[in-house]
Design a protein around this ligand. Structure first.
Ligand SMILES: [Ca+2]
Ligand SMILES: [Ca+2]
Length: 226
């Protein structure tokens, strides 16, 4: 195969993979705390946002009352959150949210320019009747807080992966809340597709190097001899 053909194929594959990778990254709700023993303290929500989303005002968190499926309180643009750690292709943003309802059930929705990207319920699931998630089912995270929860606890995603909304992680009750940081037992790693991207870059470089080596004229062993 000619050199320019190899180069063209490599770049076509590279372009296809990079477009796919950039299109798939999605933000997700990563951790929250809403109830504890005595007066509720340190209530907050944490969201993981891809580095590719630079305008945080396009992301909005809405609090849902599971009893009637309607939003309550005011919605919160991610631009009002505080940036924390960056892991892989995501930065964790958190915001203290005093007054998060205690179920059961209630929920949180996250939308990007009006399109819901993550909708969760706690202490049960429910269908939203209005607001950005109208008609959508809030899936119960399966973990709850209550009178035995310490003020410093939380419910958060744990495990290893890079797609929180897509199911890489599992919800767990956490003894120590980490607003703005990776959750205890959570490892946010680069997308598998990012690894593919690196591999394609490597393949393109290797093909380029090999084609150049083959096209280079061999030195004449007798040059300069009498
Ligand atoms: Ca509360
Ligand atoms: Ca956290």
């Amino acid at each position: 195969m000619k050199r320019h053909s190899l180069h063209l194929i490599a770049w076509i594959v590279l372009l296809a993979v990079s477009r796919h990778a950039s299109a798939e990254l999605s933000p997700w709700i990563n951790e929250f705390h809403y109830d504890n023993t005595g007066t509720d303290n340190n209530e907050f929500v944490e969201v993981a946002v891809p580095l590719s989303i630079t305008d945080l005002s396009t992301l909005r968190l809405t609090l849902y009352n599971g009893g009637d499926g309607k939003p309550y309180g005011t919605s919160h643009l991610l631009s009002s959150f505080t940036a924390g750690e960056t892991h892989g292709s995501f930065t964790l943003y958190s915001k203290p949210l005093s007054g998060l309802q205690n179920g059961a059930p209630d929920g949180l929705s996250l939308d990007l320019q009006g399109a819901v990207v993550h909708f969760i319920g706690y202490e049960g699931g429910f269908v939203a009747s209005s607001g950005p998630a109208a008609g959508l089912l809030a899936m119960d995270v399966g973990r709850a807080e209550g009178d035995l929860t310490p003020p410093g606890g939380s419910v958060g995603l744990v495990g290893t992966g890079g797609e929180g909304g897509g199911g890489d992680f599992l919800w767990e009750s956490l003894s120590e809340a980490t607003p703005g940081g990776a959750n205890l037992g959570q490892f946010i790693v680069p997308e598998p597709r990012a690894s593919v991207l690196v591999a394609v870059f490597g393949m393109a470089g290797w093909l380029w190097h090999r084609s150049r080596s083959r096209s280079r004229p061999s030195p004449c062993p007798h040059r300069g001899r009498p």
